[in-house]
Write a protein that binds this ligand. Structure first.
Ligand SMILES: CC(C)(COP(=O)(O)OP(=O)(O)OC[C@H]1O[C@@H](n2cnc3c(N)ncnc32)[C@H](O)[C@@H]1OP(=O)(O)O)[C@@H](O)C(=O)NCCC(=O)NCCS
Length: 332
């Protein structure tokens, strides 16, 4: 007879203990954008809510941005780096298939032998990473997890493509997730629809691009994405509340992926969120930073005092794949 395996058991729940972000220095205004594409400040603001975005410079590589955001999150969480036993980086712009960015980040932070891996879930990446961190902690496979969403989308954007150039931007956001007897991370609602993989995609595979030595940029068919986000994703957001056992009135903050203010407005109508709820609108100054958008927005809301520790926030990410994920969290 096969000997029974010993398994671990973990904590009842997890919570976000601290968050951090890195905002690249270079501000790119809509006016500057319009020197690259045939557009106008008015059109970009009306259609997306974006006024300016940040593009990282050569001295702000992804490795630097993730480390800076992580240091801030670790300090905020007041945990020892010795306690971090897993690191998950969500990104689609680490331009090496291997090694992953997570072990490089762990070494940069001086962490001791943590599990470390990257995940590719585009703009849903942070919420995917949070779901994994929560599961690792509740199964006892980790105790303290550093999760990061970070992008240098400017590397993969065709600056002359008027359907994407003004949207995508750079930045990093991080969170430290720890065990908690009172759950501070609700059940994830997540999924994917690979039949729509072609609506946000790179123009070609890296292998095909090598002979021409040009970087394959991100192509996007915005309309089906917009439709999907304002219907299916809005329903998923409702489902998150239902599965967490909360009414919209019990929510304090809504942090949707910062893709477009019109998508956020449509979700608000669909969810029938009460007036008092604070809504993240960092797209105005940061553009769409994909996996980094939710944690960057969380940091900004906490920094400005619009949101405070202990409040309940609905977070949801969605993007290329198409993939999505979201949950209710208690703010650190
Ligand atoms: C990209 C997006 C802002 C485009 O807005 P839209 O309203 O769908 O724009 P359309 O492509 O229908 O174009 C409308 C008009 O604006 C024009 N236009 C397109 N891009 C333009 C630009 N950058 N500047 C000025 N005009 C532009 C089009 O030519 C079209 O003109 P026409 O009506 O004379 O033919 C919108 O589709 C969107 O936000 N989609 C979701 C994308 C998203 O969130 N992706 C990330 C998910 S992670």
């Amino acid at each position: 007879m096969t000997a029974p395996l010993t398994i671990r058991t973990g904590r009842v729940g997890s919570r976000i203990a601290g968050v951090g972000s890195y905002v690249p220095h270079r501000v790119v205004s809509n006016e500057e954008m319009c020197t690259m594409i045939d557009s106008s400040d008015e059109w970009i603001q009306q259609r997306t809510g974006i006024v300016e975005r940040r593009w990282a410079s050569d001295d702000e590589p992804l490795t630097y941005m993730v480390a800076q955001a992580s240091r801030m999150a670790i300090e905020h969480a007041k945990v020892s780096t010795d306690d971090i036993d897993a690191v998950i980086v969500a990104t689609v712009t680490h331009l090496k298939a291997t090694p992953a960015l997570a072990p490089i980040l762990a070494a940069e932070l001086g962490l001791k032998d943590p599990a470390a891996y990257d995940i590719s879930a585009a703009c849903a990446g942070f919420c995917y990473a949070l779901a994994q961190a929560d599961s690792l902690i509740r199964t006892g496979n980790a105790t303290t997890v550093l999760i990061v969403g970070a992008e240098r989308l400017s590397d993969l954007t065709d600056k002359t493509d008027r359907s994407t150039a003004f949207l995508f931007a750079d930045g990093a956001g991080a969170a430290v997730v720890v065990g908690s007897d009172t759950p501070g991370v609700g059940p994830v609602v997540w999924g994917s629809d690979g039949t729509q993989a072609n609506v946000i995609t790179q123009t070609e595979d890296f292998r095909d691009a090598v002979p021409t030595a040009t970087m394959p940029t991100v192509y996007m068919d915005g309309k089906p994405v917009f439709r999907w986000a304002t219907t299916f994703i809005a329903d998923a957001a409702k489902d998150i509340l239902a599965q967490t056992g909360l009414d919209p009135e019990q929510l304090d903050v809504f942090i949707p992926h910062q893709a477009n203010n019109r998508i956020t407005d449509s979700m608000l109508r669909h969810l029938k969120l009460p007036e008092h709820i604070v809504v993240a609108r960092t797209i105005k100054s940061f553009g769409n930073t994909s996996a980094a958008s939710v944690p960057m927005a969380m940091v900004e809301l906490l920094k400005s005092g619009e949101a405070t520790s202990g409040q309940t926030a609905l977070i949801i990410g969605f993007g290329a794949g198409l993939v999505y994920a979201g949950q209710v969290v208690v703010l650190p």
